[in-house]
Structure formats: C-alpha cells, structure tokens
Design a protein. Structure first.
Length: 117
C-alpha cells in the first residue's frame, strides 16, 4: 500500500526542474502503479520496471536500447518542448510502449483546460 501527500508546488520551483520528486509518483501511478518508482530526475534517463523517463533527448539512443531490453516497460515519458524531436523518439520505441510527452515545465502537463474559453 502506498500513501502520497498532495502538495502545492510553486511555479518557480517547477520551472527550475526542482519538482520531479513531487511529480514522479504521478508518473508511476499513470504507468500502472507496479514495480519500482523513479524517484529523482537524472541528467540523462531512468528506466524502472514498467516505465521510463527520458530527461535528455541527446541520450535517446541509450534510453531506447534500455527500454528494448526490458519487456515489462509499457510507458515512456519523454521530456521535451520540441514536437519534431518527440516524434523522432516515438518512432524508435517498440510498439508495446506508449509514449507520453512531458513538457520541460512540468506544470504544463497538469494544467486543466489550459487556453480553453
């Protein structure tokens, strides 16, 4: 059983990439809440039992290789604001893996009805 605290994260803290530890459990839950959690952001990428997070697109080849080695990985979070580069990484992922784009400012991922009138 897991318990989580719902907290408010300041936009400045999120914008400076210091809130992944607070957002990480949400990614684990969305990936099925099984296996190990990715607790901290890294300079490159991290791969857990059922999901992975690509923090630096320059390490995408190594990330994809690691994801291919683990048959249990079903979801890949890709941190980027660049549409074209996101699509390039998605093309390389195995079909069993669902890619999810995470914007570099994590707040954008969780805005509800952003920009809708």
């Amino acid at each position: 059983m897991e318990f989580f605290d719902l907290t408010y994260e300041s936009p400045r803290r999120v914008a400076h990439n210091r809130a992944f530890e607070s957002i990480g459990p949400l990614l684990w839950l969305k990936a099925g809440a099984r296996g190990q959690k990715i607790e901290e952001a890294t300079d490159s990428f991290a791969v857990a039992d059922t999901y992975g997070v690509l923090f630096d697109l320059d390490t995408s080849a190594e990330f994809i290789a690691k994801v291919m080695q683990r048959e249990s990985v079903e979801m890949a979070y890709i941190v980027t604001d660049d549409d074209r580069r996101f699509q390039l990484v998605c093309k390389e992922l195995p079909h069993r893996v669902t890619p999810v784009r995470l914007y570099e400012s994590y707040l954008n991922n969780f805005e509800i009805n952003a920009g809708r009138g």
